[in-house]
Design a protein around this ligand. Structure first.
Ligand code: HH2
Length: 285
């Protein structure tokens, strides 16, 4: 784990978010009936706000709030419904915490409303391929932007994913998308890249991408990885989604050691502690 990124930061709608050696922890807050591991738990705005505050107490550096599940086989949720789910929660958390907020959406309308309510980052799993108005919203608002790789769409992505060379293919895609974003007026320091663990990938694809995160980091943008509770952990261990924290921790430590600067997880306290210990051992003389 190198200290070379200690002075870098992410520009995110009026906030400069410092990136630190040892990685930032982005905590997941899904306000959906059907997310694969926490669906239905935080549909009530009061419960969602309480969970957001808990995640912040647990050490979240960023809160990633979403109103649409994108698990394999899921269907798109109309923007108006996403807005109905997330807006009151973003507005209340903006008043109650100081932690930067990310909106997990592919929709320009949702992103615009969320930024207006207090969000700083747009986390777009389609990497600006779904809604052509989104690039302009991010550019105008100078929001942070996560560009994630996905093969296919959530409905069909796990049917038969195929790559010539998964690391080279994902790296090429992310480089092209970052170029597209910058040509649309989005600044280099607003951009984060994400290999999209589980989005149109078999077990071996996911493992190779995490093993070679350093190849993605070479592109010169911060890299975010989201392994939390995902199916690859179940495939390796047989554990159901709510028992995959140990595998999540192992994956986070592996990708942070290889240069990931943000990890997206459901259990920030546990993951932060693990990263702190691994990093202290790495730095011991
Ligand atoms: N994974 C999920 C959702 N959004 N965004 C980024 N940037 N990277 C990811 O790996 C990622 C993501 C899926 O996880 P989750 O939010 O827990 O489930 P669901 O999509 O069912 O709500």
């Amino acid at each position: 784990m190198s200290d070379s990124i200690a002075n870098a930061w992410l520009v995110a709608h009026g906030r400069d978010i410092p990136l630190r050696a040892g990685a930032l922890v982005m905590a997941v807050l899904n306000i959906t009936p059907d997310s694969f591991s926490d669906g239905g738990m935080f549909l009530d705005p009061g419960a969602a706000v309480a969970q957001g505050e808990l995640l912040v107490r647990d050490g979240a550096d960023i809160l990633d709030i979403g109103g649409e599940s994108t698990r394999p086989g899921s269907h798109p949720v109309p923007p108006a419904e996403q807005i109905r789910r997330v807006l009151p929660v973003i507005a209340q958390l903006r008043d109650r915490t100081n932690v930067p907020i990310s909106i997990d959406t592919r929709s320009a309308q949702v992103a615009e409303a969320a930024i207006e309510a207090g969000a700083h980052i747009v986390n777009d799993i389609s990497a600006l391929r779904c809604d052509e108005a989104l690039a302009d919203v991010v550019a105008q608002r100078r929001a942070g932007l996560v560009l994630m790789h996905m093969q296919g769409s959530p409905e069909t992505m796990q049917t038969d994913p195929h790559y010539d060379d998964v690391v080279a293919d994902v790296r090429g895609f992310l480089a092209e998308r970052a170029g597209f974003a910058m040509s649309a007026g989005i600044g280099r320091q607003q951009i984060v890249l994400d290999p999209g663990i589980g989005f149109g990938k078999r077990l071996d694809h996911n493992l190779r991408l995490m093993r070679h995160v350093d190849r993605l980091a070479e592109l010169g943008f911060p890299v975010l990885v989201g392994p939390s509770r995902k199916r690859f952990i179940g495939e390796l261990s047989g554990a159901p989604a709510n028992e995959r924290l140990p595998g999540t921790v192992a994956a986070c430590l592996a990708v942070v050691a290889r240069g990931a600067q943000i990890v997206r997880v459901h259990n920030p306290a546990t993951v932060r502690q693990a990263i702190a210990v691994a990093r202290a051992i790495e730095n011991a003389t």
